[in-house]
Design a protein around this ligand. Sequence first.
Ligand SMILES: [Zn+2]
Length: 205
Amino acid sequence: MQGYIININKVKDEDLIVTILTESRLKTLYRFYGARHANINLGYKIDFEAVASAKSTISMLREVLPLSAKWMLQSNRFFIWQQFIKLMFRHLKDVTELDPFYFHLLEETSIMMERQNPQRVVIESYLQLLEYEGRLHDDFQCFICDEAIEKNLVLARSFLPAHQTCVFGELLEKKRIEKLFESKSTLYLEDDEVTHLWRLLQEGF
Ligand SMILES: [Zn+2]
């Protein structure tokens, strides 16, 4: 089975509880400490086996084979990827069964990470997630007062649009955000706009 490690909790001694996002579910598995184990890290893609154990209520993580991409050795890219993965875990942690969308989103994001600006990549992936979950507010109605937004706007957490008079924040041009929501591409955005969106994204999905 293959999946992405989206959370690692240290338990007693060096044992770990590892949460893995696979195509159809979130799996929480126990890994006993052992020097012969393959090195694992948050955000790694791995091939693995989940083995039921009489000693524990959760299955054991076994036969781990890291399938990490080359770009993961670039600390700047890997850091942003790990932030994205942490946000994904916080967003999905109470879910067991999962739509394949999430696994495939990580697959695509990982491929894009190889060549493109990592902040832009995760913002574009996040827009896909918002649209998939029906949370992309491309009608541009202010989420505070429900009135239409005519010109400029402020984006809140989850990229929720609002009037400048309704929410405090950096003023953005509606036309540019409209284009972003429609294309799910950051191509037209300046670097400072991307940085702003990335900061916003870090507040949570
Ligand atoms: Zn408003």
